[in-house]
Write a protein that binds this ligand. Structure first.
Ligand code: SF4
Length: 213
């Protein structure tokens, strides 16, 4: 796809979803780290219902490092995979305190050195906390839309991210994840995409194949 068409896609999605932003609630950088960890295999809505109690109990990074693991597991239980997530939250808090002077780091290399933080999470944290759009967080929506539209044939998020980075103009990278998430939730819905109403259907290989047959 030409960069000009990729920009058209961004503009059309921006028109359709002018309010597309991060839907996780947080007030501090470390709260976002925790919210992103909890959002793995869980909806943002569920995370936002769970974090108020957690953030009320853990006000500092030290609190996250020191919270009783059983209590932490109990609070985050609704988000699923609570044992692993609880272990990672505590370890990550310790690593931020010991390795980064209590400040959430802002580079991909540093962020991905933290327990429970992969490339997707690091991209979200870099963008939402530090305004750095170095890459694109490829979640389930971004993956599905990229495959359906033909923006990427790859299955692995890292490869899809590289395809998207090559395709979209640099100044649009900060918008792609939000727009794809909102598009995936509202129009390009996994089980029932509303292709006829889709603002980018003329650029979509899936739609073009449907209209040909
Ligand atoms: S045309 Fe259909 S499959 Fe393609 S992006 Fe739009 S909703 Fe998704």
């Amino acid at each position: 796809m030409k960069k000009a068409d990729a920009r058209k896609i961004v503009n059309l999605l921006k028109e359709a979803y002018p309010d597309a932003t991060c839907s996780l609630d947080f007030k501090t950088p470390f709260q976002l780290v925790v919210a992103v960890m909890l959002s793995a295999q869980c909806t943002d809505e569920r995370v936002n219902k769970t974090t108020p109690e957690l953030f009320n109990r853990c006000k500092t990074i030290e609190d996250f490092a020191n919270i009783d693991i059983n209590k932490l597991e109990q609070i985050i239980h609704p988000c699923g995979f609570y044992k692993n997530k609880a272990k990672n939250i505590k370890l990550c808090a310790k690593q931020v305190l010991e390795n980064f002077n209590g400040e959430v780091p802002h580079t991909m290399e540093e962020l991905t050195s933290l327990a429970g933080v992969g490339r997707k999470s690091a991209n979200v944290i870099m963008l939402e906390v530090f305004g750095i759009a170095e890459g694109i967080a490829v979640d389930t929506h971004a993956k599905r839309i990229s495959n359906l539209t033909g923006l990427s044939k790859a299955k692995e998020p890292e490869k899809i991210e590289q395809d998207l980075i090559k395709t979209f103009p640099k100044d649009t990278l900060k918008d792609i994840n939000h727009l794809f998430v909102w598009h995936g939730r509202n129009t390009c819905i996994a089980r029932n995409p509303k292709c006829k109403l889709c603002p980018i259907n003329k650029f979509c290989k899936h739609y073009l194949s449907l209209t040909k047959s």
